[in-house]
Design a protein around this ligand. Sequence first.
Ligand SMILES: [Zn+2]
Length: 199
Amino acid sequence: MAFSPLLQNLVNALRCLPGVGPKSAQRMALHLLERDRTGAQTLSSALVEAVEKIGECSQCRTLSEDPVCEICASQSRDRTLLCVLESPVDMMAIEQTGGFNGVYYVLKGHLSPIDGVGPEALGIDQLLDRIDQGEVEELILATNPTVEGEATSHYIAEQLRDHPVRITRIAHGVPVGGELEFVDGGTLAHALAGRRSLR
Ligand SMILES: [Zn+2]
């Protein structure tokens, strides 16, 4: 039996979500229509509102309903410390640790020549301009420890080779409470490379 056009539309639309194939999309559509129409209404209005009202912060590029996000607007953050990240999710993860009081810059991706993602799409020029203004004393490169993330950090550091700003890369290493024998080789190699002096 074929779905009615409206139902098929809904199934097709749900497939824009990451990891949702035809079967999952069907299950979701039927669930919403058969069991949770109130939830479906809430979801639909939340989606419309979010898409209409959430833009990006003009300073750090994270998702924000205001022209400048709460963190960038805060007077209590240390503006000399700028942490560069790939995604707003990474920013939230660091915020949740409560251990960082600097400000952020969100690239929204990483360099990927194959997909046509160059420095422009990541706002790297805007980042370099900001560093040129002189307020930032330390730039913390916190892109992911993947090949693309490393290449992106390397590219940014390279652009700032002759700039006096201090550039650091976050250490990726052994998880807290982890035992060395259970840590994978790549992580362990990173942990060793990122070792710091104790005295
Ligand atoms: Zn911001």
